[in-house]
Design a binder for this molecule. Sequence first.
Ligand code: PRX
Length: 632
Amino acid sequence: MTHQIKSLAEYKSAYKKSVDNPEEFWAEQAETFTWKEKWSSVLNWNFDEPNIKWFEGAKLNITENCLDRHIEDRGDQTAILWEPNEIDGEVKKYTYKELLSEVCRCANGLKALGIGKGDRVVFYMPMVPELAIGVLACARIGAVHSVVFAGFSAQALADRINDATAKAVICSDFNKRGVKNIPVKQVVDDALDKGCPSIDFVLVHKNTGDQIKIDSKIDKWWHEECDEQSEVCEPELMDAEDMLFILYTSGSTGKPKGVVHTCGGYMVYSCYTFKNVFQYEDGDIYWCTADIGWITGHSYIVYGPLLAGATTVMFEGVPTFPDAGRFWQICEKHKVNQFYTAPTAIRALMAKGDDIPAKYDLSSIKMLGSVGEPINEEAWHWYDKHIGKGKAPIIDTWWQTETGGIMITPLPGITDTKPTYASYPMPGIQTLLMDADGNEVRGNNVEGLLCVKFPWPSILRTTYGDHERCKQTYFSTFDGMYFTGDGARRDEEGRIRVIGRVDDVINVSGHRMGTAEVENAINEHHNVIESAVVGYPHDIKGQGIYAYVIVDEEGVSKENLSNEIKAVVTKEIGPIAKPDKIQVVHGLPKTRSGKIMRRILRKIASGDTSGLGDTSTLLNPDIVDSIKAGAI
Ligand code: PRX
């Protein structure tokens, strides 16, 4: 297992070594894993193409490190502790031994169905143990998993299946979330109806047992294909730089892109950060509330914790079912030691009142993590006072799908914490701030664009099927640097606070949405001529979606328009992308070259109509007053 930092002096010396001698530093971490063959070089890289290779020549299988390696020491320890949606439902526990057997059965089943090394398999599943099992089964046989969050629409699912040219989809019949019973398999059927020629079969896990339509030519039942398989499956020998998974995420332009992570570097970094950021000790119960459909679930429900031999809690339900005490009830019930959630959940639960967490014994909690969006002061203090009782440090972790693991964070009990500050880079992470002209912003008490100037083991390698897009998006803004898309501030003592995106990406409840993606969806409405979408401050969600639309008003009822637009967006992307506010406008403020001036739209959406700056250069300056007048 990777090394654990235990003091400020150790953090400082690890950081220094990681900068002075990165290859030696990461080789030392990597040595602690099981490799079938050692690397010939630790790191080869350039950020121009980009071409980044960690542990080249090494051979491994990540599941051997997640599972087999632990059997001797902790075979009977719980690996996954699954808490169902229903409060009185049956908790399921998988020991490391049992998890290995289940993963092997599923891996053998997938193999028998024709899945092999390099094939892409899409998951569209709720938070059931079979999702983690299936993902690991793919990794076992060298297939590339691509998990699609089960809240995305059939269209969004089809787009991702086709971009990845996936050979199979693995799904469940239905999904229980709170009081809802969601027809998951039906969404897969609808996606395939849109045309997914690469799909050979759909493997269906019987979750609720509710009636579904089965097409015997394409649909296979998990229990029929996997349950009788052998519980032994030799791990496929993978190159350190072979693909482990693709995860789609939104960017500022066009369709979502498939971020590619590879086996060796991702393994080393997800485990290193898990052990250090959560200060996980043997016997601890660790819970991350994310969904495996997002990167947080990949790195900090599945891979990081299992690589470190931890007990990781997986929760099927939602924070407000049966009531807003559910998270705290689960913490009490399982004596959770490390709790990791998103600011949007904290704000939503905070709004329900302080008396709710007060009903539960939260004394097992040693640290509290936050991820996904900036955490505001009020939420930070509430989390600290009412959940951590002032005794559990708040660990505000900044990172991205593209970074694979946590990049900037305090370390509990080791570095200090300050409300709203992600604070300090992890060892190996060389961050810096740049100005728009490409100069480094030095010193403290400054703001700039957040970049990283040296590779770390789990940096994205490419965007699937479009390397040029990867280069343009992340490596072309500043020479020789990875650009995060975020703006940040450095305080008097050098702590970093990540303020938010500086591109056209909105962060809604911790979910990344591209404005162009939402606009394309809105434009599918037959009366919409043009639209522009911006984010605005939202009390619970962090940012809400504000849409300005120009419509052909003929035959359209004003009342219905808003609902219809929301329905179109739900159909094209999913309910998470639904605009919160829709304003009908007669024009959009545009520059003479036809570019929408989003700066003005953002200000109006935020309710601040003073000082809109110079609008005289607009093609249509008069439109600004009419948009202001109609603002919601
Ligand atoms: O803007 C930053 C914000 O979320 C973006 C990454 O989103 P995603 O790839 O979906 O990954 C989310 C989970 C790792 C970042 O560019 N973000 C994430 N964590 C923080 C944050 N903003 C401020 N503070 C954070 N702790």
